[in-house]
Structure formats: structure tokens, C-alpha cells
Design a protein around this ligand. Structure first.
Ligand SMILES: [Zn+2]
Length: 253
């Protein structure tokens, strides 16, 4: 078997491994998205809770002040009942009225805060229901990720064993070149190995399927001989599709 064919076998196995892993990656990405959204919701929820706590403390302070004023008003009223002169009575009445206005303002302020707190509580409750919904989705996503991982595990182990066996037969220099392409182009198959495309053999019209550059006939000949051959333009390791190789050898006979 030619070195190109050996590398192609490694490449085909690598494609299958990547294919399997990509399904797992999709499930993992979906799970990650759920985690992120859940985190966002809990951050917003925590911030609402802290606003509610602050506003409740302010409302309690204001209510305390209002109660103090009420006590003062009550005691002034008692004094009014026992006042001896009209002048004294009128002076107390003016003070009571002023305090009532002040208390009215505080009551209003407290009511405003209570309304705001209610609003925030409703918002928090809405977030809680969104969080519980999101937790459900996250749990489904986690199960699916685990399932995917479990599903591909056996096949992955099998492919990795297969790869080891094939790789052991590939000459070291060819393998080093292949691995270098793999490191550089990882997820992009076309950067590692690409087929030569035969458009018109008689007119010597061949291109690299990775970069579409026109390739000389020498490249095809080298491939037919099975030599390790790269595209002069994009440096991809070239191979010839089995069907094309058969077609060419049939023509030559
Ligand atoms: Zn190319």
C-alpha cells in the first residue's frame, strides 16, 4: 500500500472520530448555554433580592419615624385637652397640624416604597419561575450530553485502536507531516488532506479540491505512483479518489 493510501486511511478514521466528537460537542455547547442563562437569571435574582432588602430597610426606618411623630401628635392632643387658655390650645393645634403634614409625607413615602417592593417581588417571582424552567432544560441537556458521551464511547475507543494500528504502519516522515497539518488545521478536514479533482484528464485539467488551484500533470502522475504529494499552492496532502484511480487505470489498459 502506498504512503498516500496509508495516510488516507488515517485521515478517514480521523474524520469519523471528529464526526462522533462533533455530536458530543453540540450537546456540550447546548448544556453550556443553559448553564450560562441560568447563571444570568440567578445573578439578576440575587440583585433583585438585595434591592428588596435595602428598600424594606428604608421603609422600616420611615415607618419608625412616622410612629415617633404619631406618638408626639398623641401626646400633644392630650395636652390640648388639658390646655387652660385658648392661646395655648391654638399653639398646640398649629404644632399638631405641622406634625400631621410631616407624618403624611412619611406615610406617602413608605407607601411608595412598599409599592416598589411589591413590584420587585413580582419580578423576582417571575425570575424564579424562569429559573425553575431553565433548570429543567439544563437537566435534560445534561442527560443528553451524558447519553451522547456514552453512545460514542465504545465506537470512539474502537476507532482510536484502529487508528493506532494504521498509524503504526505509516512511515515516520509522512506521519510527522500529516500530524503537523492536523495540528494546524484541526477541525478543518480540507486543510489536512484533499483529493485531486479530475476535470478533464485528456486536457490535463486537474485542480486541488482544497484551494482550487490548477495542478500540473506531474502531480497526478506522482499520485498514481503513490508518492507523498502535496499541493504546490496550499501544501495540503493530496490523494486520488479510489474511483478516479480505477477510472484512469481502466483507460490506460
Ligand atoms: Zn491546494
Amino acid at each position: 500500500m502506498s504512503v498516500t493510501m496509508q495516510l488516507l486511511r488515517v485521515f478517514r478514521v480521523d474524520q469519523q472520530i471528529r464526526g462522533l466528537q462533533s455530536r458530543l460537542k453540540t450537546a456540550q455547547r447546548f448544556l453550556d448555554t443553559q448553564e450560562r442563562q441560568l447563571n444570568d437569571l440567578s445573578t439578576r435574582h440575587a440583585s433583585l433580592q438585595s434591592q428588596i432588602r435595602q428598600l424594606s430597610a428604608s421603609a422600616a426606618n420611615i415607618e419608625g419615624e412616622a410612629n415617633q411623630l404619631q406618638l408626639r401628635i398623641d401626646s400633644l392632643r392630650e395636652k390640648m385637652n388639658t390646655s387652660r387658655t385658648n392661646k395655648e390650645y391654638q399653639a398646640l393645634l398649629v404644632e399638631v397640624n405641622t406634625l400631621k403634614i410631616d407624618k403624611g409625607k412619611l406615610d406617602e413615602e413608605a407607601l411608595g416604597l412598599m409599592a416598589k417592593i411589591e413590584e420587585l417581588r413580582a419580578e423576582a417571582a417571575q425570575l424564579e419561575s424562569q429559573m425553575s424552567e431553565r433548570k429543567g432544560i439544563r437537566s435534560v441537556a445534561a442527560t443528553e450530553r451524558d447519553q451522547r458521551s456514552g453512545e460514542i464511547q465504545d465506537r470512539l475507543t474502537e476507532l482510536q485502536k484502529q487508528r493506532e494500528a494504521i498509524v503504526a504502519q505509516v512511515p515516520a516522515d509522512a506521519l510527522a507531516l500529516y500530524n503537523e497539518r492536523l495540528r494546524k488545521f484541526g477541525d478543518n478536514d480540507e486543510g489536512v488532506m484533499a483529493a485531486i479533482e479530475l476535470h478533464d484528464v485528456r486536457r490535463h485539467e486537474f485542480t486541488c479540491s482544497a484551494c482550487q488551484t490548477h495542478l500540473p500533470v506531474q502531480t497526478l502522475n506522482a499520485l498514481l505512483k503513490g508518492s507523498l504529494t502535496r499541493c504546490a499552492s496550499c501544501q495540503v496532502i493530496l490523494y486520488i479518489e479510489e474511483a478516479d484511480a480505477e477510472r484512469l487505470s481502466a483507460k490506460q489498459k
